[in-house]
Design a protein around this ligand. Sequence first.
Ligand SMILES: [Ca+2]
Ligand SMILES: [Ca+2]
Length: 240
Amino acid sequence: MTRLTLLLVCAGAALTARASTIYSTGFEHPTFNTGQLVGQDDWVTDHTNSAARVQTSVVHSGYQAVKIDALPIVLDHWWWSAGHAYDPWGAGESVVQVETYMRLSSDYFRSESWGLDVYDSQVDRVGLWSVDDDNNLRVWNGTSGLDVDTGVDIARGQWYRFTARFDYRAGTYTVLVDGVQAGGTYPMGSTLDFGDADFRVTEPGFDKAYFDDFSVTTQPEPASLGLVLLAGVAGLRRRA
Ligand SMILES: [Ca+2]
Ligand SMILES: [Ca+2]
C-alpha cells in the first residue's frame, strides 16, 4: 500500500465517522415563508399563539430568521420542530450536537430566561442552557436540577453561536459559545434518546429573541475519531 493510498483510506474512514444531520434549517424560503413559525416545517408550540415569527429584519445569515416576541406571552413557552427523534444507542453515533445562533434584544423589562431545552421522546429533559435576565449563561445540571452559572456573560443585541454537545455514553454534556466551552462538563438528565430541541422562554417580559441557523447533528464519539486518526498516523509511521 502506498502512502497516498493509505492517506485516502484514512480520509475515507474519517469521512465515514463524520457528522450526519438529523435536522438543519436557516429558516429560509422556500421551506419557510415570513409569518407565523408554527405550522411551517413541523414546528409546533405547547401553547396557541403567534409570538414566534419568521421575519427578514434581523437575521444571522440569508434573508430570514425566527423572532420570538415575549410581549404577547404570559406563560413559559416552548417551540420545536417535531418528528426528528434519534436513538443514539441503536445507531453508530452516540453524540448528539444541537446548535443555534441566538440574539437577544436589549429591551428594559427582560424575560427571566431565553434558551434551548432538549428532551427525550418521553418528554424527560436531556439538557438545557439559558441566558437569564442578568445576561448569565446557565447550564442545567441533570443531577442537581440546578441552572449553574457558567461565568460567561452574553451581551444583548448581538449574535452568538451556541453549541450543546450531548455524549449519551458518558451521560454528560458541554455547551460552547462561538466554539469556546462555557463552564464545565455537566451531567445529562435523561440519556434515553433524543426527542426534540426547543426554543424556550420563561417568565416572559417585553424583550425578544432571534434564532437562526439551527441544527441537530450526530457526531462521532471523541474516542473513536481519535482511534481512526491514530491508526492513520501509526500506519504512516510504519511505512516512513
Ligand atoms: Ca437565515
Ligand atoms: Ca455574570
